[in-house]
Design a protein around this ligand. Structure first.
Ligand SMILES: [Zn+2]
Ligand SMILES: [Zn+2]
Length: 348
Protein backbone atom coordinates (compact mmCIF):
# COMPACT_ATOMS: atom_id res chain seq x y z
CA UNK A 1 0.00 0.00 0.00
CA UNK A 2 1.56 3.31 -1.02
CA UNK A 3 1.76 6.47 1.01
CA UNK A 4 -1.14 8.29 -0.69
CA UNK A 5 -3.57 5.39 -0.13
CA UNK A 6 -2.63 5.37 3.57
CA UNK A 7 -3.06 9.13 3.71
CA UNK A 8 -6.49 8.84 2.01
CA UNK A 9 -7.60 6.23 4.57
CA UNK A 10 -6.31 8.45 7.41
CA UNK A 11 -8.35 11.45 6.15
CA UNK A 12 -11.47 9.29 5.59
CA UNK A 13 -11.27 7.82 9.12
CA UNK A 14 -10.78 11.26 10.72
CA UNK A 15 -13.71 12.77 8.77
CA UNK A 16 -15.96 9.79 9.61
CA UNK A 17 -15.07 10.14 13.32
CA UNK A 18 -15.86 13.88 13.23
CA UNK A 19 -19.21 13.20 11.56
CA UNK A 20 -20.21 10.40 13.96
CA UNK A 21 -19.13 12.25 17.11
CA UNK A 22 -21.03 15.39 16.01
CA UNK A 23 -24.15 13.40 15.11
CA UNK A 24 -24.36 11.16 18.14
CA UNK A 25 -22.64 13.08 20.99
CA UNK A 26 -24.84 13.38 24.06
CA UNK A 27 -27.16 10.48 23.18
CA UNK A 28 -27.31 7.63 25.68
CA UNK A 29 -27.87 4.95 23.02
CA UNK A 30 -25.78 5.44 19.92
CA UNK A 31 -23.82 3.26 17.47
CA UNK A 32 -20.70 3.55 19.69
CA UNK A 33 -22.35 2.03 22.78
CA UNK A 34 -24.06 -0.63 20.60
CA UNK A 35 -20.72 -1.51 18.98
CA UNK A 36 -18.94 -1.49 22.36
CA UNK A 37 -21.46 -3.85 23.98
CA UNK A 38 -21.32 -6.14 20.91
CA UNK A 39 -17.50 -6.25 20.96
CA UNK A 40 -17.54 -6.84 24.74
CA UNK A 41 -19.90 -9.83 24.28
CA UNK A 42 -17.79 -11.29 21.46
CA UNK A 43 -14.42 -11.02 23.22
CA UNK A 44 -15.69 -11.88 26.73
CA UNK A 45 -15.23 -15.71 26.37
CA UNK A 46 -11.57 -15.30 25.40
CA UNK A 47 -10.73 -12.50 27.85
CA UNK A 48 -9.38 -13.37 31.32
CA UNK A 49 -11.69 -12.51 34.21
CA UNK A 50 -9.19 -10.12 35.78
CA UNK A 51 -8.93 -8.16 32.51
CA UNK A 52 -12.73 -7.92 32.22
CA UNK A 53 -12.97 -6.68 35.83
CA UNK A 54 -10.14 -4.19 35.25
CA UNK A 55 -11.69 -2.76 32.04
CA UNK A 56 -15.10 -2.47 33.76
CA UNK A 57 -13.41 -0.67 36.67
CA UNK A 58 -11.56 1.72 34.33
CA UNK A 59 -14.74 2.46 32.34
CA UNK A 60 -16.68 3.06 35.57
CA UNK A 61 -13.94 5.30 37.02
CA UNK A 62 -13.74 7.39 33.85
CA UNK A 63 -17.39 7.80 32.88
CA UNK A 64 -19.53 7.04 35.93
CA UNK A 65 -17.55 8.78 38.67
CA UNK A 66 -16.01 12.20 39.03
CA UNK A 67 -12.42 12.00 37.86
CA UNK A 68 -9.65 14.45 37.02
CA UNK A 69 -8.32 12.13 34.29
CA UNK A 70 -9.72 14.20 31.39
CA UNK A 71 -8.45 17.46 32.94
CA UNK A 72 -4.93 16.00 32.99
CA UNK A 73 -5.37 14.60 29.46
CA UNK A 74 -6.58 18.03 28.31
CA UNK A 75 -3.51 19.72 29.84
CA UNK A 76 -1.18 17.08 28.40
CA UNK A 77 -2.51 17.43 24.82
CA UNK A 78 -2.45 21.21 25.07
CA UNK A 79 1.10 21.09 26.45
CA UNK A 80 2.20 18.81 23.57
CA UNK A 81 0.71 21.14 20.93
CA UNK A 82 2.24 24.26 22.47
CA UNK A 83 5.62 22.55 22.98
CA UNK A 84 5.73 21.59 19.29
CA UNK A 85 4.52 25.05 18.23
CA UNK A 86 7.16 26.77 20.37
CA UNK A 87 9.96 24.32 19.56
CA UNK A 88 9.61 24.21 15.75
CA UNK A 89 6.90 26.45 14.26
CA UNK A 90 7.84 29.57 16.25
CA UNK A 91 11.43 29.49 14.96
CA UNK A 92 10.37 28.92 11.32
CA UNK A 93 7.85 31.77 11.56
CA UNK A 94 10.51 34.14 12.93
CA UNK A 95 12.74 33.25 9.96
CA UNK A 96 9.82 34.13 7.67
CA UNK A 97 9.54 37.53 9.39
CA UNK A 98 6.18 36.84 11.02
CA UNK A 99 5.77 39.60 13.61
CA UNK A 100 6.16 38.87 17.30
CA UNK A 101 2.70 40.36 17.83
CA UNK A 102 1.12 37.68 15.59
CA UNK A 103 3.17 34.96 17.23
CA UNK A 104 2.18 36.06 20.73
CA UNK A 105 -1.60 35.75 20.00
CA UNK A 106 -1.74 31.93 20.64
CA UNK A 107 -0.09 32.47 24.05
CA UNK A 108 -2.52 35.26 24.97
CA UNK A 109 -5.41 32.99 23.94
CA UNK A 110 -3.90 30.20 26.06
CA UNK A 111 -3.96 32.46 29.14
CA UNK A 112 -7.58 33.50 28.45
CA UNK A 113 -8.65 29.88 27.85
CA UNK A 114 -6.92 28.70 31.04
CA UNK A 115 -8.73 31.39 33.02
CA UNK A 116 -12.19 30.25 31.79
CA UNK A 117 -11.18 26.58 32.13
CA UNK A 118 -10.30 27.22 35.77
CA UNK A 119 -13.64 29.00 36.36
CA UNK A 120 -15.58 26.13 34.72
CA UNK A 121 -13.91 23.65 37.06
CA UNK A 122 -14.15 25.67 40.26
CA UNK A 123 -17.47 27.53 40.02
CA UNK A 124 -20.53 26.03 41.66
CA UNK A 125 -22.84 25.18 38.74
CA UNK A 126 -25.90 25.80 40.92
CA UNK A 127 -26.18 23.00 43.47
CA UNK A 128 -29.71 22.66 44.85
CA UNK A 129 -29.36 22.47 48.63
CA UNK A 130 -31.83 22.14 51.49
CA UNK A 131 -31.20 25.78 52.34
CA UNK A 132 -31.69 27.16 48.83
CA UNK A 133 -34.40 24.92 47.39
CA UNK A 134 -37.38 26.95 48.64
CA UNK A 135 -36.16 30.04 46.81
CA UNK A 136 -34.82 28.22 43.73
CA UNK A 137 -38.25 26.77 42.88
CA UNK A 138 -39.41 30.34 42.17
CA UNK A 139 -36.66 31.15 39.67
CA UNK A 140 -38.33 29.41 36.69
CA UNK A 141 -41.98 28.46 36.16
CA UNK A 142 -42.78 24.79 35.51
CA UNK A 143 -43.57 24.22 31.84
CA UNK A 144 -45.71 21.12 32.72
CA UNK A 145 -44.07 19.42 29.80
CA UNK A 146 -40.57 18.43 30.86
CA UNK A 147 -40.81 19.89 34.36
CA UNK A 148 -43.75 19.40 36.68
CA UNK A 149 -44.38 20.95 40.10
CA UNK A 150 -44.16 18.84 43.25
CA UNK A 151 -41.67 16.28 41.86
CA UNK A 152 -38.85 15.39 44.24
CA UNK A 153 -35.42 13.99 43.53
CA UNK A 154 -35.31 10.41 44.81
CA UNK A 155 -31.65 10.73 45.80
CA UNK A 156 -31.45 14.25 47.27
CA UNK A 157 -34.98 14.08 48.74
CA UNK A 158 -35.53 17.70 47.68
CA UNK A 159 -38.23 19.22 45.49
CA UNK A 160 -36.87 19.67 41.97
CA UNK A 161 -36.88 23.28 40.77
CA UNK A 162 -37.92 23.68 37.10
CA UNK A 163 -35.00 23.09 34.70
CA UNK A 164 -32.95 21.27 37.37
CA UNK A 165 -31.67 17.70 37.06
CA UNK A 166 -29.83 15.26 39.27
CA UNK A 167 -26.24 14.58 38.20
CA UNK A 168 -25.34 10.96 38.93
CA UNK A 169 -21.60 11.65 38.79
CA UNK A 170 -21.67 14.57 41.24
CA UNK A 171 -24.60 13.13 43.23
CA UNK A 172 -26.49 16.43 43.45
CA UNK A 173 -29.31 18.29 41.75
CA UNK A 174 -28.18 21.25 39.67
CA UNK A 175 -30.17 24.36 38.79
CA UNK A 176 -30.66 24.88 35.01
CA UNK A 177 -28.70 21.66 34.41
CA UNK A 178 -27.08 21.43 30.98
CA UNK A 179 -24.80 18.38 31.18
CA UNK A 180 -21.90 16.95 33.13
CA UNK A 181 -18.68 17.72 31.28
CA UNK A 182 -15.88 15.19 31.87
CA UNK A 183 -13.31 17.61 30.41
CA UNK A 184 -13.86 20.07 33.29
CA UNK A 185 -14.99 17.38 35.76
CA UNK A 186 -17.97 19.51 36.74
CA UNK A 187 -21.62 19.98 35.84
CA UNK A 188 -22.51 22.83 33.53
CA UNK A 189 -25.45 24.67 35.06
CA UNK A 190 -26.88 28.09 35.86
CA UNK A 191 -23.71 29.16 37.69
CA UNK A 192 -21.07 28.36 35.07
CA UNK A 193 -22.74 28.14 31.63
CA UNK A 194 -21.24 31.56 30.80
CA UNK A 195 -17.73 30.36 31.61
CA UNK A 196 -18.29 27.15 29.65
CA UNK A 197 -19.35 29.11 26.54
CA UNK A 198 -16.37 31.47 26.82
CA UNK A 199 -14.09 28.48 27.38
CA UNK A 200 -15.38 26.79 24.20
CA UNK A 201 -14.99 30.00 22.20
CA UNK A 202 -11.44 30.55 23.47
CA UNK A 203 -10.40 26.93 22.71
CA UNK A 204 -11.77 27.31 19.16
CA UNK A 205 -9.94 30.63 18.69
CA UNK A 206 -6.75 29.08 20.06
CA UNK A 207 -6.93 26.02 17.77
CA UNK A 208 -7.77 28.18 14.74
CA UNK A 209 -4.90 30.61 15.37
CA UNK A 210 -2.33 27.83 15.88
CA UNK A 211 -3.64 26.09 12.71
CA UNK A 212 -3.44 29.31 10.64
CA UNK A 213 0.11 30.16 11.77
CA UNK A 214 1.29 26.57 11.21
CA UNK A 215 -0.45 26.36 7.81
CA UNK A 216 1.11 29.67 6.80
CA UNK A 217 4.54 28.39 7.84
CA UNK A 218 4.14 25.18 5.78
CA UNK A 219 2.88 27.16 2.78
CA UNK A 220 5.96 29.39 2.92
CA UNK A 221 8.19 26.30 3.22
CA UNK A 222 6.60 24.85 0.06
CA UNK A 223 6.88 28.12 -1.89
CA UNK A 224 10.47 28.57 -0.80
CA UNK A 225 11.42 25.02 -1.84
CA UNK A 226 10.12 25.60 -5.40
CA UNK A 227 8.29 22.25 -5.24
CA UNK A 228 5.25 23.60 -7.08
CA UNK A 229 7.34 24.26 -10.20
CA UNK A 230 9.36 21.03 -9.93
CA UNK A 231 8.77 17.76 -11.78
CA UNK A 232 9.62 14.10 -11.21
CA UNK A 233 10.27 11.02 -13.34
CA UNK A 234 7.45 8.45 -13.20
CA UNK A 235 7.76 4.64 -13.49
CA UNK A 236 7.67 4.90 -17.33
CA UNK A 237 10.49 7.45 -17.43
CA UNK A 238 8.12 10.34 -18.24
CA UNK A 239 8.52 13.81 -16.69
CA UNK A 240 5.49 14.59 -14.49
CA UNK A 241 4.72 17.91 -12.74
CA UNK A 242 4.44 17.67 -8.93
CA UNK A 243 0.80 17.96 -7.88
CA UNK A 244 -0.77 18.83 -4.49
CA UNK A 245 -0.58 15.20 -3.28
CA UNK A 246 3.15 15.11 -3.97
CA UNK A 247 3.53 18.32 -1.92
CA UNK A 248 1.52 16.81 0.98
CA UNK A 249 3.75 13.72 0.89
CA UNK A 250 6.85 15.91 0.88
CA UNK A 251 5.57 17.88 3.91
CA UNK A 252 4.79 14.65 5.78
CA UNK A 253 8.34 13.44 5.19
CA UNK A 254 10.07 16.76 5.95
CA UNK A 255 8.00 18.04 8.90
CA UNK A 256 6.28 14.92 10.34
CA UNK A 257 5.66 16.33 13.84
CA UNK A 258 4.40 19.69 12.57
CA UNK A 259 2.03 18.07 10.04
CA UNK A 260 0.71 15.65 12.68
CA UNK A 261 0.20 18.55 15.12
CA UNK A 262 -1.59 20.59 12.42
CA UNK A 263 -3.87 17.64 11.58
CA UNK A 264 -4.74 17.21 15.28
CA UNK A 265 -5.42 20.94 15.78
CA UNK A 266 -7.66 21.11 12.68
CA UNK A 267 -9.52 18.02 13.90
CA UNK A 268 -10.05 19.63 17.34
CA UNK A 269 -11.12 22.91 15.74
CA UNK A 270 -13.85 21.37 13.54
CA UNK A 271 -15.05 19.14 16.36
CA UNK A 272 -15.29 22.02 18.84
CA UNK A 273 -16.57 24.59 16.33
CA UNK A 274 -19.66 22.42 15.72
CA UNK A 275 -20.13 21.89 19.47
CA UNK A 276 -19.65 25.62 20.18
CA UNK A 277 -22.21 26.56 17.50
CA UNK A 278 -24.68 24.12 19.05
CA UNK A 279 -24.18 25.63 22.54
CA UNK A 280 -24.36 29.18 21.16
CA UNK A 281 -27.66 28.29 19.49
CA UNK A 282 -28.95 26.89 22.81
CA UNK A 283 -27.88 30.10 24.59
CA UNK A 284 -29.70 32.21 22.01
CA UNK A 285 -32.97 30.25 22.35
CA UNK A 286 -32.57 29.75 26.13
CA UNK A 287 -32.58 25.98 26.19
CA UNK A 288 -30.22 23.55 27.90
CA UNK A 289 -28.85 20.50 26.09
CA UNK A 290 -30.72 18.36 28.63
CA UNK A 291 -33.99 20.03 27.51
CA UNK A 292 -32.95 19.81 23.85
CA UNK A 293 -32.43 16.03 23.94
CA UNK A 294 -35.56 15.43 26.03
CA UNK A 295 -37.72 17.63 23.75
CA UNK A 296 -36.76 15.70 20.63
CA UNK A 297 -38.47 12.49 21.67
CA UNK A 298 -41.21 14.16 23.69
CA UNK A 299 -44.80 12.96 23.30
CA UNK A 300 -47.37 15.10 25.11
CA UNK A 301 -49.70 12.98 27.25
CA UNK A 302 -52.40 15.68 27.04
CA UNK A 303 -52.48 15.62 23.25
CA UNK A 304 -51.75 11.88 22.93
CA UNK A 305 -53.09 10.24 26.10
CA UNK A 306 -52.16 6.61 26.64
CA UNK A 307 -55.13 4.21 26.16
CA UNK A 308 -57.05 3.82 29.41
CA UNK A 309 -55.08 6.61 31.12
CA UNK A 310 -56.83 8.76 33.70
CA UNK A 311 -57.34 12.45 33.16
CA UNK A 312 -54.10 14.31 33.68
CA UNK A 313 -54.13 17.04 36.26
CA UNK A 314 -52.80 20.53 35.62
CA UNK A 315 -53.41 22.97 32.80
CA UNK A 316 -52.83 21.92 29.19
CA UNK A 317 -49.30 22.99 28.17
CA UNK A 318 -48.81 25.74 25.62
CA UNK A 319 -47.30 23.97 22.60
CA UNK A 320 -47.28 27.08 20.45
CA UNK A 321 -44.04 28.09 22.17
CA UNK A 322 -41.26 25.73 21.19
CA UNK A 323 -38.69 27.37 23.44
CA UNK A 324 -40.71 27.83 26.59
CA UNK A 325 -38.08 29.76 28.57
CA UNK A 326 -37.02 32.10 25.76
CA UNK A 327 -37.18 35.81 26.60
CA UNK A 328 -35.86 37.21 23.33
CA UNK A 329 -32.26 37.33 22.15
CA UNK A 330 -30.97 39.95 24.60
CA UNK A 331 -32.98 38.54 27.50
CA UNK A 332 -31.61 35.04 26.85
CA UNK A 333 -28.01 36.22 26.67
CA UNK A 334 -28.49 38.31 29.81
CA UNK A 335 -29.76 35.18 31.56
CA UNK A 336 -26.59 33.27 30.59
CA UNK A 337 -24.21 35.99 31.77
CA UNK A 338 -26.27 37.21 34.73
CA UNK A 339 -28.16 34.13 35.95
CA UNK A 340 -31.52 35.06 37.54
CA UNK A 341 -31.52 34.99 41.32
CA UNK A 342 -34.27 33.65 43.48
CA UNK A 343 -36.82 36.40 44.27
CA UNK A 344 -36.19 37.95 47.67
CA UNK A 345 -38.94 37.72 50.25
CA UNK A 346 -40.27 41.14 51.18
CA UNK A 347 -39.70 42.02 54.81
CA UNK A 348 -42.79 43.51 56.41
ZN1 LIG B 1 -30.85 15.11 43.22
ZN1 LIG C 1 -22.01 16.57 37.53
Amino acid sequence: MDFLTLFGIYVAVVLTCIFLVCKYSGQQHNPFTTLLSYVTKVVAPVTPQWLQRFSRWIFHRLFHQRSNFFIYLHLFLEGAVYAEFTYEVFGFCREMDTTLTSLSVPYVLLVIKTFFFYLCINTDPGTVTQKKVSSLIHVYPYDRRLFHPGVSCETCRLVKPARSKHCRLCNRCVQRFDHHCVWVNNCVGAGNTRYFLLYLLSVCAMALDVALLTGDMLLHAVLRSGLLRASYMDAYGQQQPTGPLFVVQHLFMTFPRIVFMLGFVIFVFFLLAGYTLFHSFLAVVNQTSNEWYKSRGFVCRHCHPAPGADDLCGPVPDHSKRFYYSRGLLGNLREIFFPPQAPQKKAN
